[in-house]
Write a protein that binds this ligand. Structure first.
Ligand code: NAD
Ligand code: MG
Length: 401
């Protein structure tokens, strides 16, 4: 039974890994939350299943053309809500009055417009879609401030940092007396692999993350360490902290999710077992707490937690992200688009793992930074970087053949 006082949640990217964890939490707390909308790009069967289980008001298929056959399949499955088609419907459900909470869990640049729509409508935005902040950090943060939206990070590192910071103005985290933010990184599946073996790794090996089960794109990002690069940019905008005060430390066990160092030398960390339901539960209930279903942490069973510096020789993507942040303007959007293209090509078997960084470096070198003033400027920067990346991918593909 849906509770009348429950908060409505729109889950953008409901068929993905973060979407599944979010829906699991909502189902655990039917008195607190109800599902208003679920969206998928093309996974029709999985979306039908979610409609059956969660009975949302809206279901969106953003990457499928409308057909009577599809409508009938949803109706036959007992779906009595509204079925919407096309990418614009993502924005419609993101700003809908019934959606008090919007989980932005679409992967990649495709999630930017709906995330921005939710922020501009003053929603409580649970941000998993880090690429939106990488592409459009200043624009998105401005929309949040103007519309008095509440932006809560879902990325485990940023959620950890958020939990380690005191509240400042308007309930936003305060950076007062903070010396550094330390983002932890697992190091991914190739942390200890010798440099000469990296060129031969397969998509399956790259997607076999030691600690987390995630979508394929972020899994490859973790393997190249571009994920941490994107997270440095994400932290820069979320917490309004300059890049030179954001550091990365490798922590293979993924138990300490990040740390904040204060000027007096105190370092505060957030720990939990690696389960995305922990940060999602935090953001759903904030400033309250709810049960997440995650296993309690047993430190003595774990025995050891270890830390080491990142190896920027074998994993050049992290430096590329710092470089893009320093260049500013449209360059982080270029970085993100080039990375999405290169990761797609790698997953499709068209590009070597080690060429992912080469393609991104090429794109950064060829495209000058411009000063974006609107979403359109950023979408144009994204498109230009995709064209340049496509040519670069062909070049590396020809060299590998
Ligand atoms: P996923 O691949 O499992 O799911 C992606 C979702 O986005 C699916 O519902 C899919 O239908 C939808 N989608 C894909 N392409 C789309 C498009 N063009 N238009 C509209 N919708 C589209 O990905 P995920 O692992 O759940 O990650 C989602 C986001 O959360 C990413 O930005 C990722 O970086 C971030 N994130 C994920 C994790 C994790 O543990 N999985 C952790 C931190 C951050
Ligand atoms: Mg993360």
């Amino acid at each position: 039974m849906k509770s009348k006082t429950a908060l409505g949640v729109a889950v953008l990217g409901a068929t993905g890994s973060i979407g599944a964890s979010t829906l699991d939490l909502v189902a655990r707390h039917p008195d607190l939350y109800s599902v208003v909308a679920v969206t998928a790009h093309r996974s029709v069967d999985r979306l039908i299943e979610l409609c059956r289980r969660h009975r949302p008001t809206f279901a969106v298929l953003s990457g499928v053309a409308e057909t009577a056959g599809l409508r009938k399949r949803f109706a036959d499955a007992g779906f009595r809500g509204e079925l919407l088609f096309g990418a614009a419907a993502l924005e419609d459900v993101a700003r809908h009055a019934e959606a008090e909470i919007v989980m932005a869990a679409i992967v990649g640049a495709a999630g930017l417009s709906s995330t921005l729509a939710a922020a501009s409508a003053g929603k409580r935005v649970l941000l998993a879609n880090k690429e939106a902040l990488v592409m459009a950090g200043p624009l998105l943060m401005q929309a949040v401030r103007r519309a008095h939206a509440v932006l809560l990070p879902i990325d485990s590192e940023h959620n950890a940092v958020f939990q380690c910071l005191p509240q400042g103005e308007a309930g936003r985290p305060s950076l007062r007396a903070v010396r550094r933010v330390l983002l932890t990184a697992s190091g991914g599946p190739f942390r200890t692999l010798p440099a000469e073996r990296l060129a031969q790794v397969t998509p399956e090996e790259a997607c076999a993350h030691p600690n987390w089960v995630m979508g394929r794109k972020i899994s490859v990002d973790s393997a190249t360490m571009m994920n941490k690069g994107l997270e440095v940019i994400e932290a820069r905008w979320l917490f309004d902290i300059p890049p030179e005060r954001i550091e990365v430390v490798i922590h293979p066990q993924s138990i300490v999710h990040s740390l904040v160092e204060y000027i007096d030398g105190s370092v505060i960390a957030q720990l939990s077992n690696p389960d995305m339901r922990v940060p999602i539960a935090h953001a759903l209930a904030y400033p309250e707490r709810i049960e997440s279903g995650a296993h309690p942490l047993d430190l003595s069973a774990l025995g050891q937690l270890s830390f080491e510096p990142p190896d920027t020789q074998r994993f050049p993507c992290l430096q590329l992200a710092y470089q893009a942040l320093h260049a500013g303007g449209t360059t982080p959007a270029h970085l993100n688009a080039a990375n999405e293209m290169a990761v797609d090509a790698f997953l499709a078997g068209r590009l070597r793992f080690t060429s992912i960084a080469d393609v991104i470096a090429d794109v950064l070198e060829r495209l000058p930074a411009q000063d974006p003033t609107s979403l359109d400027d950023l979408l144009e920067a994204d498109a230009a970087a995709r064209r340049t990346a496509a040519a670069s991918i062909e070049h590396y593909q020809a060299r590998a053949a």
